[in-house]
Design a protein around this ligand. Structure first.
Ligand SMILES: Cc1cc2nc3c(=O)[nH]c(=O)nc-3n(C[C@H](O)[C@H](O)[C@H](O)COP(=O)(O)OP(=O)(O)OC[C@H]3O[C@@H](n4cnc5c(N)ncnc54)[C@H](O)[C@@H]3O)c2cc1C
Length: 400
């Protein structure tokens, strides 16, 4: 079997590559670090704006929203190319990939103009206020209260794990607007200006980067939000949540395999670099087996992604999605542990803050990389939740 794209699709790829060769910011331009998922350095702003103007930011969307009405297969090729260059199209992924499409799906024309377009042009950044101390996997349990009072809401409550809240301009905030309605029925979504009095963000120190926290606790005390900032209908926020989470899954078809493939490149760089004392991991046949197995798994993920994507593009149910999320994140965590174990003492320097980047061996940083690898098994639905979905919706097992 030979898998390939048709000539027209390859022409699309060639056009994209040519454009990227001309516009991609150089490594030198990218010297200003991305320190949070809502921090947009100047080079990233310029890059995203160029993508938007050229219709390469979200190719599947219409030109007025930074696209070119690309077909689903062309979008797949687009994500392959993005993965190949390794430079993100946006430094505020939640703003671009979850919140903007939700505003386009459910927002008013005024909200699209005021919030979606500036986000696409990298002028504003967002945080996503879903999780709370007692509402994570069970998002419908949100308790942050929003009371409608004439032309505004009064918001009180707390969010947690809010990525980038301390750098963001706005929060896409899930609130309980009707405490008496059944759990899923009394939720609304508000756009909250993060500069409003009564909002306090408290960054949560992270093991993997003690200088630059991305997570926050966010506290709301009598925060006034204009009623015009309600997204979708009052008390119908669950429908917005459904489409937000669906948009979050958009890139998964290809990203799980490319993430593992990129990680394998790092593993190879570490394995072929002499450690103190001259030992090399690739001298060890057991370790070579580990790498070979991970490579086979990455290719299985790629094919599974293509299969799921092809069903998705035809409008069919594509349960491969949950399998990809589960397998991809768990394989990365397992591989990071395998490398750490093979390195032994050489892999345990806690003073290293950065995980190794592609092309660098960096044995010492693998501990950080392993610690980071847990986040993939939690964000966007934990591994246990994916297993529940697979059991119930794919295998048809009875609900617990
Ligand atoms: C990197 C990262 C970025 C994040 N960014 C954001 C963000 O920007 N905004 C935001 O709102 N949230 C964010 N989160 C939070 C994330 O959405 C939640 O952590 C996730 O939904 C799980 O919720 P929880 O942490 O409350 O765990 P809980 O839901 O309390 O789960 C605790 C444990 O119980 C298990 N469990 C729960 N329910 C079940 C069940 N029914 N069956 C079996 N096991 C179950 C879980 O798998 C988990 O192991 C982020 C998380 C990470 C890791």
């Amino acid at each position: 079997m030979q898998l390939h794209y048709d000539t027209e699709t390859e022409a699309f790829r060639a056009e994209l590559r040519e454009w990227m060769e001309e516009h991609l910011p150089s490594a030198e331009d990218r010297h200003e670090r991305i320190v949070s998922s809502a921090h947009i350095p100047e080079w990233a702003r310029i890059w995203q704006r160029a993508l938007f103007d050229a219709g390469w930011l979200v190719p599947g969307w219409p030109p007025e929203y930074g696209g070119r009405n690309a077909t689903p297969v062309q979008q797949m090729v687009y994500f392959e190319e993005l993965a190949r260059i390794g430079v993100p199209r946006s430094c505020n992924p939640q703003g671009l990939s979850i919140i903007t499409p939700s505003i386009l799906d459910h927002g008013t024309e005024q909200q699209k103009e005021r919030f979606a377009l500036p986000t696409l042009r990298a002028e504003i950044s967002w945080c996503l206020g879903m999780s709370e101390p007692n509402a994570g996997s069970d998002l419908a349990a949100v308790r942050t209260r929003a009371q409608l009072d004439g032309d505004h809401f009064v918001v009180n409550g707390q969010k947690v794990w809010t990525s980038g809240a301390h750098h963001s301009d706005y929060c896409f905030c899930f609130v309980r607007s009707d405490p008496d309605a059944p759990k899923h029925a009394g939720i609304s979504v508000l756009i909250v200006d993060m500069k409003t009095p009564g909002i306090e963000t408290r960054p949560i120190a992270e093991l993997t980067d003690r200088e630059h926290a991305d997570f926050n606790e966010v506290f709301f005390t009598d925060v006034i939000v204009p009623a015009e900032n309600l997204v979708g209908e009052l008390h119908h926020g669950w429908a917005v949540a459904g489409s937000s989470l669906a948009h979050e899954r958009g890139m998964l078809w290809i990203s799980e395999s490319t993430n593992l493939e990129r990680m394998l490149q790092r593993v190879m760089a570490t394995a072929t670099t002499a450690l103190p004392g001259g030992r090399r991991l690739d001298d060890d046949p057991m370790f070579r087996d580990t790498v070979a197995r991970a490579y086979v798994q990455s290719q299985a993920l790629r094919l599974l992604g293509y299969r799921g994507f092809s069903k998705f593009a035809k409008g069919e149910a594509s349960p491969e999605h949950s399998v990809l999320k589960l397998l991809g994140s768990e394989l990365r965590r397992g591989l990071a542990l395998d490398v750490g174990e093979a390195l032994g003492a050489e892999g345990t320097d806690l003073d290293r803050h950065e995980a190794p980047s592609v092309g660098r061996g960096d044995a010492e940083a693998w501990l950080i990389h392993w610690l980071q690898s847990f986040s993939g098994t939690i964000a966007g639905g934990t591994s246990e939740i994916q297993r529940n979905i697979i059991a119930e919706r794919v295998l048809g097992l009875p609900r617990r």
